[in-house]
Design a protein around this ligand. Structure first.
Ligand SMILES: [Zn+2]
Ligand SMILES: [Zn+2]
Length: 208
């Protein structure tokens, strides 16, 4: 069963939808990498991380995502000059999509940002198919999350290739079609800023 699901920032100013949401059309994984943890801390949104620092991410095709309200509140952050584009809202620091450039089409959206109504997110997207980059997890790494997790990586690569082949990179919610430039203002963290975030991140955080 596929359906349209609302994406909404915490304060409600930014709203959008993901079309055709179903376990077959998305790729859901929990990412324990230190960059996802650093990003959540930079936003002051550690509430979105699980106890081991994991981020529950639903990856969808760019063409499935559209914003209908509050676009002037959308901004982007890169932790490094070549890092992921981590789009979030400036009203309430809600992450609303991680991307690469449109050439590698996917939008990774934190599961908590969806309003699935009366349905559990597992019913709409399926449960996470696994966890990755557990070497950065805080405390004990979740089972199967360390090393090359092919059962997670291969489906993810397959989805992205399929989206690219079917032209699902356009329209892209965060990039302009003609120039392929970002639509929204972008900040790149300075190295020192990034380093101050590392102490909050796994595997051994040194800050509270
Ligand atoms: Zn907001
Ligand atoms: Zn990550």
């Amino acid at each position: 069963m596929s359906k349209e699901v609302e994406v909404r920032c915490r304060c409600g100013e930014v709203r959008g939808v993901v079309a055709n949401a179903s376990p077959r059309t998305v790729n859901r994984v929990v990412c324990y990498c230190d960059d996802c943890q650093a990003f959540a801390h930079q936003l002051g949104r550690a509430d979105l991380l699980d106890a081991q620092g994991g981020t529950d991410i639903v990856q969808v095709a760019p063409a499935a995502v559209s914003f209908a309200q509050g676009q002037h509140r959308i901004v982007g952050l890169r932790l490094t000059p070549k890092g992921l584009f981590r789009w979030h809202t400036s009203c309430c620091n809600t992450p609303i999509g991680n991307t690469l450039t449109p050439a590698i089409p996917f939008v990774g959206i934190v599961a908590q940002v969806f309003d699935t109504g009366a349905q559990h997110p597992d019913q709409v997207f399926g449960a996470p198919i696994g966890a990755i980059l557990g070497k950065y997890a805080i405390g004990e790494a979740p089972a199967g999350s360390t090393g090359m997790n092919l059962s997670v990586l291969l489906p993810a690569i397959g989805k992205v290739l399929g989206w690219r082949l079917r032209g699902r990179n356009w329209p892209h919610p965060f990039f302009k079609p003609r120039t392929r430039e970002p639509i929204y203002p972008l900040t790149v963290l300075a190295r020192e800023q990034r380093e101050t975030l590392r102490r909050f991140c796994g595997p051994h955080p040194t800050a509270q």
